[in-house]
Design a protein around this ligand. Structure first.
Ligand SMILES: *Cc1c(COP(=O)(O)O)cnc(C)c1O
Length: 229
């Protein structure tokens, strides 16, 4: 099942790229495996997925231990508390959900001890919904600037979650807002490498996200099936 689902997603990514004049090599597909077992992750990995996303620290560290021998890139996409940073800092590939300087200070502290560079994205609330994580678009320039002082924490772009809507087109304004913010940062002289990635698009809206410039899509249920919790 996972293999067929992945093929279907790849086809849809490719069609969205064709529609918007983009190359599929610009898009990283991240399989978000929260609530699913390590065996399912292995199955996805053996079907060609290198990038796995998880939302909870404890769950991710457990699965990382189970799958240590696989060459998986682990993406952390959930809310990250400062006291949990230490559990992921030695293996995480990319943290998508940075929303405060305090957490970055902790990442810097832990990363410097093991002399490891950690790449992060700044999560932006583009829907204005209070229950969504992320900083407001207006706060992003300051936070990106502040993270610039660290030797081991490196910003590589922006992440957002669109509102849950029935029609994926209704998610488009959120994605546009993130891309406009990226453009604004570039106009203000922020180096391209700091804002190169836009992590946006999930199972129900990834095609629209790709049309609007996503470089990473985070897809869970369309690969692994419906989550029971
Ligand atoms: C769960 C989750 C996803 C995947 O959601 P699906 O709708 O199952 O594709 C993507 N991003 C984040 C941050 C998530 O928590």
């Amino acid at each position: 099942m996972i293999k067929e689902n992945l093929q279907d997603i790849r086809n849809r990514i490719s069609e969205a790229c064709q529609r918007s004049g983009r190359d599929v090599s610009e898009i990283t597909l991240i399989a978000v495996s929260k609530t699913f077992s390590s065996d399912k992750i292995r199955e996805a990995h053996h079907s060609g997925i290198a990038d796995i996303g998880e939302s909870y620290v404890q769950e991710m560290t457990g699965k990382y231990k189970d799958l240590k021998n696989e060459s998986i890139r682990w993406h952390f996409v959930g809310p990250l508390q400062r006291n949990k940073v230490k559990y992921i800092v030695d293996f995480v590939h990319l943290i998508h959900s940075v929303e405060s300087l305090k957490v970055c200070q902790e990442i810097e502290k832990r990363a410097s001890r093991i002399d490891r560079d950690i790449e992060v994205l700044v999560e932006v609330n583009t829907s204005g919904e209070p229950q969504k994580h992320g900083i407001s678009p207006d706060e992003a320039p300051k936070l990106i600037d502040e993270i610039g002082v660290f030797d081991h924490v490196h910003v590589r772009g922006l992440m957002t979650m669109a509102p849950f809507v029935d029609d994926p087109n209704d998610a488009r304004p959120s994605f546009k807002l993130l891309r406009d913010l990226q453009a604004r940062l570039l106009d203000n002289g922020v180096p391209e490498i700091l804002v190169q990635h836009l992590s946006m698009g999930m199972s129900n809206d990834f095609e629209v996200a790709i049309e609007e410039g996503a470089t990473m899509v985070r897809i869970g249920s369309s690969i692994f099936g419906e989550r029971l919790q």
